[in-house]
Design a protein around this ligand. Structure first.
Ligand code: FE2
Length: 210
């Protein structure tokens, strides 16, 4: 008998974000979204014989079944910094995700998206423009590296895309990691506003899928 993984949230050691946050400062813009508020890179990994290896860079396509905004569009995101993926902090995160989801044993390919979403104090930004959604994988993990001057940006987990009330509605703080069974739940990140007039708000995350 095997237990079924639903949701797990945990706190990582404090030093994880401090070792990674500078790698978010010069991210290239996401060219597939109609806003100048989203920046990102992409990488893929797999566990081979107990070792995590980085797979060759490739394009990324999500079915329109799962992504109403940019589904069925082949997206060629910038490559994630190799220096960053080799840091002990990043290795800790990908190990944690593979451990918890079983990807280290079943050799699932783990996609990682490094994403910065910025916002202003007078106009909201949408970290998840597709609304309440699934990503189309077995597991989705979100790890927060930085929240600066941010109001909103709640991590919300729903049983269905038309639910009025999320099962979980929380702010993922720096150094917190949540992993969701993506075949069972839907997720959404609510809109963000900068909490300081005239200054940008910043939310930096890694999204892992397997
Ligand atoms: Fe998502």
């Amino acid at each position: 008998m095997e237990n079924k993984f639903l949701i797990e949230a945990f706190q990582t050691p404090k030093g994880i974000t401090s070792g990674l946050s500078s790698y978010f400062d010069n991210l290239p813009a996401d060219p597939y979204i109609d806003s100048n508020h989203r920046f990102r890179t992409y990488a893929r990994f797999q566990n081979e014989g107990g070792k995590i290896i980085r797979l060759p860079h490739s394009t990324f396509t999500q079915s329109s079944t799962f992504n109403r905004v940019v589904g069925d569009i082949e997206r060629d995101f910038a490559e994630m910094s190799n220096d960053m993926t080799q840091t002990p902090e990043f290795q800790h995160l990908i190990n944690s995700f593979m451990d918890r989801t079983g990807a280290c044993n079943d050799h699932s390919v783990v996609d990682v998206h490094q994403i910065r979403v910025t916002c202003d104090s007078d106009a909201t930004s949408a970290p998840a423009p597709e609304g309440i959604h699934q990503d189309g994988y077995r597991f989705v993990g979100i790890f927060c590296v930085q929240r600066k001057n941010i109001s909103g940006g709640f991590t919300q987990i729903y049983a269905s895309p038309v639910d009025q009330h999320p099962h979980l509605n929380t702010v993922l703080e720096e150094n917190q990691f949540v992993i969701i069974n993506d075949s069972r739940f839907f997720h959404h990140i609510s809109e963000t506003l900068s909490s300081i007039a005239g200054e940008k708000g910043v939310r930096d995350v890694f999204v892992f899928t397997a």
